[in-house]
Design a protein around this ligand. Structure first.
Ligand SMILES: Cc1cc2nc3c(=O)[nH]c(=O)nc-3n(C[C@H](O)[C@H](O)[C@H](O)COP(=O)(O)OP(=O)(O)OC[C@H]3O[C@@H](n4cnc5c(N)ncnc54)[C@H](O)[C@@H]3O)c2cc1C
Length: 376
């Protein structure tokens, strides 16, 4: 039997995979597909029920500004959901709507289990449903489904943010939350709103930082605003400079959280980890195909191609170039055209399509049209 052969395979149908596919749609004659191990937007479906996108969505497309959370220039999550801060489920629905409208070739429930580079170029993929060959591979597996469950000894006694389905079904507190950035703060805010006492352990404060304007390094205005609403609430206690180094468990006493400076805090409920995700996230599934720096980050070419493995590209929140961190949708979507252009050039396909045309891209408004009644 002949193995199926494609020009490009994208692995992962989150915003990175879907947005990248919309960009590939602009290359005439390209044969590609997306392989998704679960459902479109699966990571967003797994968010805690109360979690919202921290970047606001607003429909500014007719005036030439893409919605911050859109995966392309013409669609708007704000319009589809009728919401400014979408829930995970709403955002997953948006991705589904985009995929349906653009008729993206997606195989769901098809995990890529193994990637074997061919010595003559290209990749043999072993999937749950058989093998296929692709000339180029775009890895879009995200981070959320790859939480760091072992940031320190005894972390096995804790519950990671990514394992929480709904804050409402947690038992009565008090709670200890470890982590002073977005997921730690989101945990604390939701628990306090539900009436639990929360001790929030913060190693490095991420708000009120002068001269830092990048939301990849400083708490977002949305979370800052929500924190301000509960800061004076007696249910919240914030402990700074708490560098947690271990959690221990004694059956009768619950859990003890230990800091490097000798302080400790006891709690009956498992501590909540808001300590982040594995460096490289889902790219670790094929870790030998990337070059990693000493901090556990992936080193990429200017075209987001693996330094080790030609033809392998990375899209999504793990992309970094020097001090530029592309961990938000509005940041990493800016790299899609670059990857598409590189692939089109290799395959000697018409790259004018990428730079000049928006044909074939779904959206409530095309590039040249405007909204009804608009005078611009
Ligand atoms: C709580 C929280 C709030 C956030 N808020 C914002 C925000 O407001 N704005 C913003 O821009 N960003 C936000 N982010 C970050 C944003 O969610 C991520 O950057 C984004 O989801 C990354 O998209 P992705 O497509 O790379 O990954 P994902 O959405 O995780 O998609 C990866 C897909 O790959 C699939 N997959 C993995 N391995 C395989 C395999 N071997 N074979 C096949 N499929 C596979 C997964 O099932 C998944 O569907 C937030 C993140 C969190 C955790």
């Amino acid at each position: 039997m002949r193995m199926q052969s494609l020009d490009v395979v994208i692995v992962g149908a989150g915003p990175a995979g879907i947005g990248m596919a919309l960009e590939l749609n602009k290359i005439a004659g390209l044969d590609y597909c997306i392989l998704e191990r679960d459902r479109i937007g699966e990571s967003f479906r797994r968010w805690p029920a109360q979690t919202r996108l921290i970047t606001p969505s607003f429909f500014s497309n007719p005036f030439g500004l893409a919605d911050l959370n859109a995966v392309d220039a013409t669609s708007s999550p704000a319009i589809l959901a009728g919401a400014e801060h979408l829930s995970g489920a709403q955002y997953a629905d948006y991705l589904n709507a985009i995929a349906d409208a653009a008729k993206l070739p997606i195989a769901c429930g098809c995990k890529v289990q193994q990637v074997n580079p061919d010595p003559d170029g290209g990749f043999h993929l072993v999937t749950e449903h058989g093998e296929l060959f692709t000339e180029f591979l775009i890895w879009a597996c995200g981070e959320y489904q790859f939480p760091d469950l072992k940031p320190f000894p005894g972390a096995k006694w804790c519950q990671h943010y990514a394992q929480i389905e709904d804050w409402q079904i947690l038992e009565n507190g008090p709670y200890v939350v470890i982590g002073g950035y977005e997921s730690g703060l989101d945990s604390a805010i939701n628990l306090v709103k539900l009436g639990h006492h929360v001790r929030l352990l913060v190693r490095r404060q991420t708000w009120d930082l002068p001269d830092i304007y990048d939301p990849s390094q400083v708490l977002s205005p949305y979370t800052r605003e929500r924190l301000r609403e509960i800061e004076s609430n007696d249910l919240l206690e914030i402990i700074f400079d708490a560098n947690v180094v271990e959690v221990t468990h004694k059956d009768d006493r619950g859990f003890r959280v230990h800091a490097a400076d000798g302080r400790h805090w006891d709690v009956q409920q498992p501590p909540i980890l808001g300590t982040g995700f594995l460096n490289g996230g889902g790219a670790r599934q094929i870790k030998d195909l990337w070059m990693w720096d000493d901090d556990g980050r992936i080193i990429l070419s200017d075209f987001d191609e693996s330094i080790y493995t030609p033809g392998l590209f990375l899209v999504g929140p793990q992309v970094r170039h020097d001090e530029r961190i592309y961990c938000f949708i509005y940041k990493f979507r800016q790299r899609f055209a670059r990857v598409a252009r590189q692939i089109a050039q290799h395959l000697q396909l018409d790259i004018e399509w990428i730079e000049g045309s928006h044909d074939g891209v779904w959206g409530p408004f095309g590039n040249s049209e405007c909204c009804e009644g608009c005078e611009c």
